[in-house]
Design a protein around this ligand. Structure first.
Ligand SMILES: Nc1ncnc2c1ncn2[C@@H]1O[C@H](COP(=O)(O)OP(=O)(O)OP(=O)(O)O)[C@@H](O)[C@H]1O
Ligand SMILES: [Mg+2]
Length: 456
């Protein structure tokens, strides 16, 4: 093999981002991660040039038109909402990475997927490096996931897990989690970037060789990204995040990357004591009780490909404080500040002497600008103490000039709105913000008789 000297030697390399340095450092100079800089044998100053080798029989490069396209059939995971985010089911040989915060329910969901697969007669191996088999059985008893075709192994050594795969011959492998498994082929403790990379790449190789689908659990760091080297996300075929709020039992799976399908699908689940339940129609989760109340307005938001009605609630309270309070929950505070300015200047709604509170129902986060109009109407009607009819929804982005701008996938939102009984949609066709606020008056609900409110 031919060699030549490099002029500068970079003897240390970050396992996270590939940053190189001639000196060791505790913290990477590029990605700022601690403890990821290791000695790089391959960068000690010698550049090797590779001698070409003839490909093995049957592995020669071929014209694309001669490649066999018979696609391996997908099969259902048994959990419809999980299939939805995977792009229609599990592809043989696919490596799926499921990440999520501690306690969000990753193990519970995957135990359910394992149980469904086992019930359909497809053997599953669930290898856990985090929990004992007795602990997993207890969970399975609680969630009704006992089946003879579901095999458990509590194991942290990669070679032993692969030994179990040989013995059990599963049709689905679940590894919980990649950060707790280690390989003797790599240095460092389990969870170290080089270990995570070695474990993941070996598992993926096994998946491809055997056409065995695998689901790998990945922990997340404090900032929400997957713990371990970034290369992990490049190695696997599908990256999905399991998200949920601690205060509610609602959980979402979103895909960040999918080599077999779109990434804009969202799976919706409910965490209960009896396990994880699918919520195939989450349409009514983010709505109030349906009674017209002053200061509320429904918008049709998009969660992935799903159109979902979400109720925005607002409250305004007179104040003499020089800096009135603007408190928000579930919406972006700087977006609300902009909407308040548009209302004040373009809608002639005086808010500078009012505390303003804006919140969504059900703890959902409304991040898209298409919710602007509903937020503006909720605030304006809170101030006017006017309730709008329950069959009215508002969809539109507000521009600083007070125009209402159309939103993406408007027809899909209208279809869903019609399905749920929203007969009037206030949007860009209503004119500007001032016109829309005038229209709101035309759609005001008859006052609701709440009976006598006691005076405390
Ligand atoms: N006995 C129980 N009854 C009801 N709910 C329970 C019970 N035990 C656990 N849970 C719920 O299950 C959740 C834990 O789920 P799970 O262990 O699947 O999470 P995880 O994402 O795998 O966590 P980790 O990252 O720690 O492995 C808890 O937060 C709790 O809400
Ligand atoms: Mg777990």
């Amino acid at each position: 093999m031919a060699t030549r000297r490099m002029t500068t030697a970079a003897a240390f390399r970050c396992t996270e981002c590939g940053w190189t340095s001639p000196k060791w450092a505790g913290r990477c100079g590029e990605c700022q991660q601690w403890g990821t800089v290791v000695e790089a044998a391959e960068t000690t100053g010698i550049v090797r040039s590779v001698t070409p080798v003839a490909p093995a029989a049957g592995r020669a490069a071929r014209p694309i038109t001669t490649i066999d396209t018979t696609e391996a059939p997908r099969r259902t995971s048994g959990v419809g909402e999980f299939d939805r985010v995977l792009g229609g089911g599990i592809v043989p040989g696919a490596a799926v990475l499921l990440s999520g915060e501690p306690g969000v329910g990753k193990s519970t969901l995957l135990l359910e997927v394992a149980a469904q697969s086992a019930r359909a007669g497809r053997r599953v191996l669930y290898a856990s490096g985090e929990e004992s088999t007795a602990q997993i059985r207890l969970r399975a008893e609680r969630t009704g996931a006992l089946d003879d075709e579901l095999f458990l192994a509590s194991e942290t050594d990669l070679a032993t897990i692969l030994g179990h795969v040989d013995e059990v011959q599963p049709e689905l492998l679940i590894v919980d989690s990649v950060q707790t498994v280690s390989s003797s082929m790599s240095d460092g403790l389990a969870g170290h970037p080089s270990q995570v990379r070695e474990v993941a790449s070996t598992l993926i190789r096994v998946a491809k060789d055997r056409a065995l689908p695998i689901v790998i659990v990945g922990h997340v760091t404090k900032d929400g990204s997957i713990a371990g080297p970034r290369i992990l996300e490049h190695l696997v075929d599908v990256v999905c995040h399991f998200e949920g709020d601690r205060q509610t039992s609602l959980r979402f799976i979103r895909t960040q990357k999918n080599r077999f399908g779109p990434t804009d699908e969202v799976g919706c689940f409910d965490m209960t004591g009896a396990g994880i339940e699918e919520v195939p129609d989450p349409s009514r989760l983010f709505l109030g009780n349906g009674k017209p109340v002053a200061g509320t307005c429904v918008t049709i938001a998009l969660e992935g490909r799903r159109a979902l009605p979400v109720e925005v609630q607002a409250l305004t309270v007179a104040t003499t404080a020089p800096n009135p309070r603007r408190v928000v929950s579930g919406v972006d505070s700087s977006r609300v500040a902009m909407i308040l300015a548009i209302l004040e200047r373009r809608g002639r709604v005086r808010l500078s002497d009012k505390d303003v509170y804006v919140s969504t129902v059900g703890g959902v986060r409304l991040v898209e600008p298409g919710a602007d109009l509903a937020i503006a109407i909720a605030i304006a009607t809170a101030l006017r103490e006017q309730a709008i009819r329950h069959d009215v929804a508002a969809v539109g982005e507000l521009s600083l000039s007070g125009e209402i701008r159309p939103v993406s996938q408007a027809s899909q939102r209208r279809t869903e709105a019609a399905r749920l009984g929203y007969r009037t949609i206030l949007d860009e066709r209503s004119g500007g913000i001032a016109d829309a606020l005038r229209l709101v008056g035309a759609h005001a609900a008859a006052p609701v008789d709440d009976g006598d409110v006691p005076d405390f």
